[in-house]
Design a protein around this ligand. Sequence first.
Ligand code: FES
Length: 174
Amino acid sequence: MRDSSRRGFMGKAFGAVAGVGAVASLFAMKKTWDPLPSVKAAGFTTLDMSAYNENELITEKWRGKPIFVLKKSAEMIASQTPVQQERDVIVDGSHYMVAIGLCTHLGCIPAYNTDKKDFLCACHGGQFDFSGAVAKVPPPRGLDIPPFKVDGNKLVLGEVGPEYTKMKESGITL
Ligand code: FES
């Protein structure tokens, strides 16, 4: 009788210790699986749009990809076709081309010519205009536009705002 009650006590004590250990290791495993706060934040790139100059291509980075940012001059805006206008990212009244800087043919990085105001992809001769629309094949579509959200005079890449949703729904970008 004494022996069995002792065994019972030992069993409960062992069970309690094992239970605490299991909960602790589950907690530790969950911590390992959860993304770190900095990794979550790393999915976004915030650009201060007041820092760009007209007709000067700046290449930013978002999720390891080159992002072209080109502020359009009044002359460029006035000369745009409806197709080019639809691709405009408008922040604080200024118009920008914002696009992933990889050719949609086979992924080379096109170069911007400030005099001609267009992009030439040296790999197979593809061209894009200053809005990122195709000017000469083989690229099958204009430069892709990354997800973005306008926030005052800032642009948050990686967040989806209504302007981006509209572009995506109308097939301007993939
Ligand atoms: S990769 Fe740009 S034209 Fe082929």
